[in-house]
Design a protein around this ligand. Structure first.
Ligand code: RIB
Ligand code: CA
Length: 309
């Protein structure tokens, strides 16, 4: 096997974030270098706690967690998405205090330092609002060229939004940060609703993961019930989207997707605030994933999750 990729996940855990992080813990082609926390599904403080808990559950206590920004760049803080992820981020599971704590560095400083240390190797996978990534770009002018790739879950080119008619939640929650990232010239892959709405998991799929992996699969199965219930409240009865796991899988299995090369701009106000639109101002193009081998991504997810303890 080729060398595993070095990966930092920037995350607002969050039920599908938990799935993505456990997937990364199980996947042999990923070396998890760290997690950075961000608001979104929960507050940043809760996100840091949840990130530490997930690593302890996954027996990865040495993977570092760096705490991120507590609010968007220019907008006031949004209330967390309790209706989707539960009051503490993990559905009906109670909050537990982790044994470990976050490192002293800020998320942006950690991201910039790791990108410099692993220049040309580090893959950053943001699965929440992009505030920490924008802050790392501001902190270190070389961050965009030091990082090998930024593979982000967010946005929607032609699919419409999931929080407004135009905007996907991660981009909507800090459009100024997203615009900074899309204009940065970094090597970016956007894993948005154009593909994640096509990758659905059912209660039976999570039961199968628990049957193969009783401890961690059981935790994910328990969380998934709340997430699946939310999907039924918005009229979707055929499963929940694997948003954040899809982004992590796209880091190592780009062959399961097809991409278009598109310059992306993010309006920051008005009806289309937080949308990801085609830009015509000469900025660098990014890879926008537009189609997916859904059953193969789902199989990859279930197979790796089933290897957990
Ligand atoms: O729109 C889906 C995204 O919003 C996912 O990252 C989910 O965890 C929420 O943050
Ligand atoms: Ca997320």
């Amino acid at each position: 096997m080729t060398q595993p990729i070095k990966l930092i996940i920037d995350t607002d855990p969050g039920i599908d974030d938990a799935m993505a992080i456990f997937y990364a813990a199980a996947a042999p082609d990923i070396e998890l270098v760290g997690l950075t926390s961000i608001f979104g599904n929960v507050t940043t403080e809760q996100a840091t706690r949840n990130a530490l808990r997930l690593l302890e559950w996954a027996d990865l206590p040495d993977v570092r967690v760096a705490e991120g920004a507590s609010k968007p760049r220019a907008l006031p803080a949004f209330p967390p998405s309790h209706n989707v992820h539960g009051d503490e981020g993990f559905g009906t599971l109670l909050a537990e205090t982790p044994k470990g704590q976050a490192c002293d560095e800020s998320a942006a400083a950690f991201l910039a330092r790791m990108a410099r240390e692993y220049k040309g190797e580090l893959v950053v996978c943001p699965i929440g609002p992009l505030t920490n990534i924008a802050d790392a770009l501001d902190l270190d002018p070389d961050f965009a060229s030091n990082v090998a790739r930024i593979v982000l879950m967010g946005g929607s080119l032609d699919e419409g939004g999931n929080i407004t008619p135009h905007a996907e939640a991660n981009i909507y929650h800090d459009p100024h940060a997203a615009e900074r990232v899309f204009a940065s010239g970094a090597n970016i892959t956007m894993v948005g609703l154009d593909v994640t709405h096509r990758i659905l998991c059912t209660a039976e799929d999570f039961d199968a993961i628990e049957a193969a992996s009783p401890r961690l699969g059981g935790i994910i199965n328990e969380m998934s019930r709340f997430y699946l219930h939310f999907y039924t409240t918005v009229g979707k009865h055929d499963g929940c989207s694997l948003h954040d796991p899809a982004a992590v899988i796209a880091c190592t299995h780009p062959d399961l997707f097809t991409a278009q090369s598109v310059s992306v701009i993010v309006p920051c106000d008005g009806d289309t605030a937080g949308a990801t639109q085609r830009a015509h101002d000469g900025r660098a193009a990014v890879n926008v994933l537009m189609s997916v081998r859904s059953e193969d991504v789902k199989r990859q997810f279930i197979d790796e999750m089933s290897k957990l303890s």
